[in-house]
Design a protein around this ligand. Sequence first.
Ligand code: MD6
Ligand code: FE
Length: 202
Amino acid sequence: MPEPTLILRDVAIYKGWLDLGKQATLVAALRDVVARAPLFQPVTPTGRAMSVRMTSAGRYGWISDRNGYRYAPNHPGGMGWPPIPEPVLAIWRALVGETRLPDCCLINLYTTEARMGLHQDRDEADFSWPVLSVSLGDDALFRIGNLTRGGKTESIWLNSGDVVVMGGAARLVYHGIDRIRPGSSSLLRGGGRINLTCRVVT
Ligand code: MD6
Ligand code: FE
């Protein structure tokens, strides 16, 4: 596997992994996904609206509602999730391998005010597989904490084209997005940021 640009608290960060052409190809593929499985605004189990809008591709999509966080075989609108676009799978093959491909690619859209509180990704059955994330559009301040809530954290700006892999000792670290920097990228018409996270679910 290629060497990451840097490793922060066991999180592997590949700065500028995707050039502008690849980023644009990815955005076009994601527009097709969103046309078939529209973005929706989830609520947390406690009934608060999340600030990101989301949808998924793959055998499973990640959803949140009053009944909890979980993976579901269908979009809340009833349709199946579209397949994960090939250019997304290509990133996984290059940085994780070919042994197993992701079951879910969660697509999160951040507009100016959106953020993501510190969380663990732990709704998957097998933590031996990493979570791979791709940043597109505006810069985002990514915070990395610890295996339990609290304690010191470290932050890094993620730019369009950066890829993050959280596996091994980092698989269950708390992490989140404090804020985005509006207008920092012209990749997305209308601005904002897209984050993709690819996961093995079952
Ligand atoms: C984001 N990322 O970048 C939020 N999760 O918008 C995540 O929640 C994340 O970057 C698991 C692994 C890598 C990530
Ligand atoms: Fe996460």
